[in-house]
Design a protein around this ligand. Structure first.
Ligand code: Z2T
Length: 788
C-alpha cells in the first residue's frame, strides 16, 4: 500500500523503534477511527442492547499487531515496512504492554472484550486506568525485586481522554434524607470528598467486521471545585492515590480502604456514565433491563448494585421496588475463586465512613432480604447469607442477591460454588446459578503468537477456524499423516529456537531445542504448587548425579511467575527455583541434559513467546483450588500436552482431547474434601514411606542446594511440620510417574505429535468467541454473529 509508505517515510527520521511504533499506531488509528465512529452510530441508531463488562483489571497485551490483524492490514504493513528496510517485529516489541491486571482474571476480561467486538456485540469494558501497572519483576541474587511499571511515561497512542464525559464521585461526609414538597425524599450531602473521574477510551477492534468497541478506563483528578477552593498537597495526594497503582494480589483480598475507594470509584463513574448515555435516548427507566446488561467480574465491582439503586432512586425518583427489579434484571456476576482468603469483605465501620449513602442502601437490601427470607429459610441460614454479618459487608453475597445470574468458570468450580462456598445462597436462588467455562482469544494466542502453526492450519484445513473455532477438529484427518506430524515437530522446534534465543540473551543459559520444554507459567501461589514441579527437578538432578552415564531425555524446565510482594512463602519458592537453577545449570556433570530457566517478568508478551514453544503444560494445582485456569487452554491450542490434576478446566481439557493425549494425575477434588472431612492427612507418612521422596525433601535442608538456608528450612517445614496444606506429598508419586512416562514418550515424535494434534484439534471448544456467545445467549440476552 503506497499510502503506508508515504505516510511512514516522512516519519522515518525518527529512528527509534518506539518512535516508529507510535507512527504505526497513528496509522492504525486512522483506519480504525472511522469504524469506531460508525460502530457507535450504528449502536445508537439501532438502539442495540449494550453490555458493560466491569472489571478492576484488564490485561489486553500489546495492541499494534492485533489491531492491524483485525483491520486486515497486517500483511500489507509488514510488506511495506520490509521495502523500507524495517522489521515489523522489532517495532511491535517497542510497544509497552499494559500490565493493568494480575493474571487470569484480567486476561480473561481482555479476551472477552476481543470476542465481543469480533462477534458484533455492543460490548464496553469499564475499569481503572492505573498510573502504574503490575510491578516489573527482576531477580537479584535469586530474590524477586519489584520495580514500578511506568507504562505511560511516553504517552499512550491508543487512548483518547474524554474530559467532557467526566463524572463526580463522592466519598465520605454526612448524608441525610430530606422530605420534599411532593412527598419524596431527597438525599442531602455535606462535607463530602468529591473527586473527578475522567475516562480514557481505547478502541477495541473486531476481527474483519468493521466493528470497534470501547474500553473505558477511569483516571482520578481534582474536582472542579479545586479551581476555587484550597487543596493541600496531602489532600491532592490522597486523591491521586485512587488510580495510582494496581493492587498486586492475585486471589487474596487485602481489605485496605484505598482498595475500597478504587472499587467504588470505577463502579460509580461507570454506572453514572451508563445512565447518562441511556438517558439521552430513552424516556424514563422502564427499558433499562432491555437496553443494558452490567457484568460484575468477580466482586470488585459489586458496588454497581447499590450505586445503580442510588441513581434510580435519588436521581430518577424510582421507588425501591421498581429500582430493585430493574437492578437485578441488569446485573450478573462471575465468581473466580473459592479460596476463602480471596472472598472480599469490608468492615462495616470503614464502609459506612467512606460511602455513607451506599451503606444506607446496602443496609436496606440486607433488611429486606432478612424480612423476606427468614420465614422461608429460617434465621440461621439467613444470618449466614445476608449482605451484612459479623460486622462486615460481604461482597459475594451482595453480588448474588443483587443479580439475576451468578456463574462459575468451569464445571467443577460451579459445582463447588453450589456445594460449598455459596451453598446456602444456592438454596435460596438455585435458578440463578450457572456455569460458563472460560475461553481464550484463539486469534491472539495462535494466529498471532504462533504464525508458523497458523499457516500450517490454513494450508491444511483452510482459514475458517479463525472465526469458527470448532473447525479445528477437522485437523483430526491428519492424525496419521507422517508428513504433517513432522511439520508439527519442525514448527515446535522453530518456536523453541526463538525462545532459546531470548533465554540466552536474558539469562545466558543455552537450551537444546530437542529437549522437552516443560512449562509452568502462572502466578506464584502455594495452591498452584510450583513446589511439586521443583521436587521433580530435584529428582531428575539426583538421578543424573547417581548415573552420569545413563541415557536420559533432555529436559528444560521453564518457569514464569510473579509473587505478590507481601507473600513471603511465594517469594521463598522463587528463591528456591533460582538457587536450584544455578546449581543445575552450572554443573558440568549435568551438562545439557537438564536446564532450568526462570524467566523474569512473566506477562502477556512473554506468554506469546513461551507458549508456542511448550511441549508440556504444567497444570498441577491441588484439585478444587484452581477455579478454571486459562494458560492450560492457551498451551493446549499450541500443541502442548497437559500434565494436569483433575482441577478446574483441566478436567474439561482432558475430556475434550482424550485422556490418552494428556498426563493426568493426583488426588481428585472429592479425595481432597475427604481428607478435610476426616482430618486424616498426615504428610509425614509419605515422607517416611517413600525413600526417594525423603531424599528429595532432605536436599532442601542438607546443603545440597547452596544459598537457601532459611528458605529451604521454611519450605521443608511447611510440608512436614505444618502438614502440607496443599497435598504436595500426596501427589508426588503419581506426578513423578507421569513425568517419567513423558520422558519415555517424547522419544517417539510421531506418537507425541499425534497427541499434540489431538490437543490442537480439540482446543476450539475453549475459544473465547464460544464462551462469549454463551454469556450473550444465557445471561446478557444480546444478539451476536453466528459462531460454532
Ligand atoms: C484471578 O486471576 C483469578 C481469580 C481471582 O479470584 C482473582 C484473580 Cl486476580 C478473586 C483467576 C483464577 O485463579 C483462575 O483459576 C481463573 O482461570 C481466572 O481467574 C479466570 O477466571
Amino acid at each position: 500500500m503506497a499510502e503506508i509508505k508515504t505516510l511512514y517515510a516522512t516519519t522515518l527520521s525518527d529512528t527509534s523503534a518506539y518512535g516508529q511504533f507510535v507512527a504505526l499506531g497513528h496509522l492504525a488509528r486512522r483506519y480504525d477511527g472511522s469504524h469506531w465512529t460508525k460502530t457507535s452510530k450504528k449502536y445508537r441508531e439501532q438502539d442495540q442492547k449494550q453490555v458493560y463488562y466491569f472489571s478492576i483489571e484488564f490485561l489486553p497485551g500489546r495492541l499494534l499487531k492485533s489491531n492491524l490483524l483485525n483491520l486486515g492490514l497486517l500483511d500489507t504493513v509488514r510488506a511495506g515496512l520490509k521495502e523500507l528496510g524495517l522489521d515489523f517485529e522489532t517495532i511491535s516489541a517497542a510497544e509497552p504492554d499494559p500490565g493493568l491486571g494480575n493474571g487470569g482474571l484480567g486476561r480473561l476480561a481482555a479476551c472477552y472484550m476481543d470476542s465481543m467486538a469480533s462477534l458484533g456485540i455492543a460490548g464496553n469494558g469499564n475499569g481503572i486506568r492505573y498510573r502504574y501497572g503490575l510491578f516489573k519483576q527482576v531477580f537479584m541474587d535469586g530474590y524477586q525485586v519489584e520495580l514500578p511499571d511506568d507504562w505511560l511515561r511516553n504517552g499512550n497512542v491508543w487512548e483518547i481522554r474524554r474530559e467532557n464525559k467526566s463524572c463526580l464521585v463522592r466519598f465520605g461526609g454526612n448524608v441525610w434524607m430530606q422530605p420534599q414538597p411532593d412527598g419524596t425524599l431527597k438525599a442531602m450531602y455535606e462535607n463530602t470528598d468529591d473527586v473527578l473521574a475522567v475516562p480514557y477510551d481505547t478502541g477495541l477492534v473486531g476481527y474483519h467486521n468493521d466493528v470497534t468497541n470501547t474500553l473505558r478506563l477511569w483516571s482520578v483528578e481534582l474536582p472542579p471545585s479545586a479551581d476555587t477552593t484550597y487543596y493541600s498537597q496531602a489532600q491532592r495526594d490522597r486523591i491521586d492515590d485512587i488510580t495510582k497503582v494496581l493492587y498486586p494480589d492475585d486471589s487474596n483480598s487485602e481489605g485496605q480502604a484505598l482498595r475500597l475507594r478504587q472499587e467504588y470509584f470505577f463502579s460509580s463513574a461507570g454506572v453514572q456514565s451508563i445512565i447518562r448515555h441511556y438517558g439521552l435516548r430513552h424516556q424514563g427507566m422502564k427499558e433499562l433491563g432491555k437496553k443494558i446488561a452490567i457484568h460484575i467480574n468477580d466482586t470488585h465491582p459489586t458496588l454497581v448494585i447499590p450505586e445503580l439503586m442510588r441513581i434510580l432512586m435519588d436521581e430518577h425518583h424510582c421507588t425501591w421496588d421498581v429500582a430493585w427489579e430493574l437492578t437485578k434484571s441488569v446485573m450478573s456476576y462471575t465468581n473466580h475463586t473459592i479460596l476463602q482468603e480471596a472472598l472480599e469483605t469490608w468492615p462495616i465501620d470503614m464502609f459506612k465512613g467512606l460511602l455513607p449513602r451506599i451503606y444506607q442502601i446496602v443496609a436496606e437490601i440486607d433488611r429486606r432480604y432478612r424480612l423476606a427470607k427468614t420465614p422461608v429459610y429460617g434465621e440461621a441460614l439467613v444470618n449466614r447469607t445476608a449482605p451484612l454479618g459479623d460486622g462486615q459487608v460481604r461482597m459475594a453475597y451482595l453480588a448474588v442477591i443483587g443479580s439475576h445470574s451468578v456463574n462459575g468458570v468451569a464445571p467443577l468450580h460451579t459445582e463447588l460454588l453450589k456445594d460449598d462456598v455459596l451453598r446456602d445462597l444456592y438454596q435460596v436462588y438455585p435458578e440463578r446459578f450457572n456455569n460458563k467455562t472460560n475461553g481464550i482469544a484463539t486469534r491472539r494466542w495462535v494466529q498471532l503468537a504462533n504464525e508458523p502453526l497458523a499457516n500450517l492450519l490454513d494450508a491444511k484445513i483452510g482459514q475458517s477456524w479463525r472465526q469458527q473455532p470448532s473447525q479445528l477438529k477437522t485437523l483430526l484427518a491428519y492424525q496419521d499423516d507422517p508428513k504433517f506430524l513432522a511439520q508439527l515437530t519442525q514448527i515446535k522446534t522453530q518456536n523453541k529456537q526463538a525462545l532459546a534465543a531470548y533465554v540466552k540473551k536474558t539469562l545466558d543459559i543455552d537450551l537444546r531445542t530437542d529437549a522437552i520444554f516443560d512449562v509452568q507459567i502462572k502466578r506464584l501461589h502455594a495452591y498452584k504448587r510450583q513446589l511439586l514441579h521443583v521436587l521433580e527437578i530435584i529428582r531428575e538432578y539426583l538421578a543424573i548425579k547417581d548415573h552420569p552415564q545413563a541415557q536420559v531425555t533432555p529436559r528444560v524446565h521453564i518457569f514464569g511467575a510473579k509473587a505478590a510482594p507481601s507473600y513471603h512463602y511465594a517469594k521463598s519458592i522463587i528463591k528456591l527455583i533460582n538457587a536450584l537453577a544455578d546449581l543445575i545449570n552450572h554443573d558440568p556433570e549435568v551438562g545439557d541434559q537438564l536446564k532450568v530457566a526462570f524467566i523474569p517478568n512473566y506477562g502477556v508478551s512473554l506468554g506469546e513467546l513461551i507458549i508456542p514453544a511448550a511441549d508440556i503444560s504444567e497444570q498441577i494445582s491441588t484439585a478444587s483450588k484452581e477455579a478454571s485456569g486459562t494458560s492450560n487452554m492457551k498451551l493446549m491450542a499450541n500443541g502442548a500436552l497437559s500434565l494436569a490434576t483433575l482441577d478446574g478446566a483441566n478436567i474439561d481439557i482432558i475430556q475434550a482431547a482424550g485422556n490418552e493425549n494428556e498426563y493426568a494425575f493426583g488426588l481428585t477434588a472429592k479425595a481432597v474434601y475427604g481428607y478435610y472431612e476426616r482430618g486424616d492427612y498426615h504428610a509425614v507418612d509419605f515422607y517416611n514411606s517413600n525413600p526417594e521422596l525423603k531424599r528429595v525433601l532432605d536436599t532442601l535442608i542438607d546443603g545440597t542446594i547452596p544459598g537457601i538456608t532459611t528458605e529451604g528450612r521454611e519450605i521443608y517445614d511447611s510440608l512436614l511440620r505444618y502438614n502440607d496444606e496443599f497435598f504436595v506429598l500426596a501427589d508426588y508419586e503419581s506426578y513423578t510417574q507421569q513425568q517419567q512416562a513423558i520422558g519415555a514418550d517424547f522419544n517417539d515424535q510421531t506418537t507425541w505429535q499425534q497427541k499434540a494434534l489431538a490437543n490442537i484439534a480439540a482446543s476450539g471448544v475453549f475459544s473465547a468467541d464460544l464462551a462469549v456467545a454463551r454469556y450473550s445467549d444465557d445471561i446478557w440476552q444480546v444478539p451476536h454473529a453466528q459462531v460454532n
